[in-house]
Design a protein. Structure first.
Ligand code: FFO
Length: 443
């Protein structure tokens, strides 16, 4: 028989109310034993006293009963909404253990919901992301995924592939020598081409969904003492990085997290780019360059009161990046050209003059690059790998068509399997373990 599990579903610590959730065949009997009263009507809250095995009252609170299959997990479930004190929760946990229930591990409730078909793997991931969401953009993306946006997309592709596969298999079973190429082109070529296009477009999204989930990376780069750390502090509105007038003060990468336009942003200050004085600084410069390379957007910072040529900095910037002409308080309005597609911002990180204009521009840039589109975005490396694998098999299927249906059918079948791995239709035990172990206890 399946274990019956319980867990604190609300956050641990003192709180107004704590929610303890039960799932499994003993949920109903445990509720009866704790309350010593008739079970509440399904999904309706009832005020009850909760007793331990000696009959002593632990607390009074709300009891809820969710009979299978109409529950979050699809099993019999119950909820105890009690006073949120650590001793209350501890005493209830001991009473539940005495009734043969066991404490749940991370993600166990959601895993049971998945196993009972209440949600697919992408929806479970969306639920985990919703719990982790700290910004509005993350919340909106996670909610869409939790309510089936990616599931619908991947299941839709799978359905189309199944009819393509049926056409190819029909061709294998009943070959019609005369018009095989025609038949195949009608039944498979065009739909395959359309799907290849759709999967490629889904992948070619500048990693938008992953950026929303993990953070949009902005790197500050420039010569030593150009004012990168001062700018980081000005944008973070706190003294996150050490600022001195000694060139080479920042040796490693310093990160701050910001929210711009409702999206998470990781702003990284890096070591100044110059011939390093020692091995530690050299490593700092190497890390600075690597960070600049990987960032979604670069802010090239220059000191216009001292620097005479920005050529070296220009080389590191790409269209869409910004050139910061810093220290206008010392130099006045600077006269430097910026590379093609790079926006220049004269400002003073110390006085704050011009910083608001940069902030407004950054906010627009992040919004433009990360805002939701009509089609849902893939949000994890797992999705990217699965869709890439499906696309590779579809491309192989398309190429194989010219040589008859057999190989094309095999490759189409493999593409279907790749999509089924994404939604969790085919059990991939290690993938399930990886997904559900990221959940908190009680979810
Ligand atoms: N107190 C409490 N609040 C909560 C949850 C919970 O478990 N308990 N949730 C937990 O995540 C979220 C709500 N999600 C839920 C999802 C499905 C069902 C559920 O019972 N589904 C049944 C019946 C649906 C119906 O009555 O229409 C089903 O799908 O069959 C309950 C909560 C957020 N708030």
């Amino acid at each position: 028989m399946t274990d019956t599990i319980f867990a604190l579903a609300s956050a641990p610590g003192r709180a107004g109310v704590a929610v303890i959730r039960l799932s499994g065949p003993l949920a109903g009997p445990a509720l009866d034993a704790l309350t010593q009263r008739p079970r509440p009507a399904p999904r309706a809250a009832a005020l009850r006293r909760f007793h331990d095995d000696s009959g002593a009252v632990i607390d009074s609170g709300l009891a809820l009963w969710f009979p299978a299959p109409a529950s979050f997990t699809g099993e019999d479930c119950a909820e105890l909404q009690v006073h949120g004190g650590p001793a209350v929760i501890e005493a209830l946990a001991r009473a539940l253990e005495a009734l043969d229930l066991r404490a749940a591990g991370p993600g166990e409730f959601t895993r049971r919901a998945f196993e009972h078909g209440k949600l697919d793997l992408t929806e479970a991931e969306g639920l985990a992301d919703l719990i982790d969401a700290e910004t509005e953009g993350q919340r909106a993306q996670a909610l869409a995924q939790m309510t089936g946006a990616l599931r619908a997309l991947y299941e839709g592709w799978r359905t189309q592939l199944i009819s393509i596969l049926a056409a190819l298999e029909g061709e294998i079973d009943f070959p019609d020598e005369d018009d095989v190429p025609d038949h195949l082109s009608e039944a498979a070529t065009e739909p395959l081409d359309a799907l290849i296009k759709a999967l490629a477009a889904h992948l070619d999204d500048a990693r938008r969904g992953e950026r929303v989930r993990e953070g949009f990376a902005i790197a500050l780069i420039g010569a030593p003492n150009a004012g990168k750390s001062s700018l980081l502090n000005a944008l973070a509105r706190r003294e996150a990085a050490i600022v001195t007038d000694i060139p080479g003060t920042t040796r490693d990468v310093v990160e701050v997290r910001l929210v711009l336009a409702g999206f998470p942003v990781i702003l990284a200050d890096t070591a100044g780019l110059r011939e390093a004085a020692d091995r530690v600084e050299a490593e700092g410069v190497r890390r600075a360059l690597a960070r600049a390379e990987d960032a979604d957007l670069r802010l090239g910072v220059s000191d216009v009161s001292r620097e005479t040529s920005l050529d070296a900095l220009h080389e590191r910037l790409r269209p869409g990046d910004a050139l910061i002409l810093n220290k206008t308080d010392l130099a006045g309005a600077p006269d430097f050209a910026s590379p093609e597609g790079v926006t220049a911002f004269p400002l003073s990180a110390t006085t704050g003059e011009g910083v608001a204009a940069l902030e407004a521009w950054l906010e627009t840039a992040v919004r433009q690059r990360l805002s939701a589109r009509e089609a849902p975005a893939l949000s994890r490396a797992r999705h990217r790998q699965g869709v890439t694998r499906a696309l590779d098999h579809l491309t192989a299927a398309r190429e194989a068509l010219a040589r008859g249906p057999e190989l094309a059918a095999l490759e189409t079948h493999l593409a279907i399997r790749a999509l089924e791995g994404l939604t969790g239709r085919v059990d991939v035990e290690d993938v399930l373990d990886a997904v559900f172990s990221q959940f908190c206890i009680g979810k």
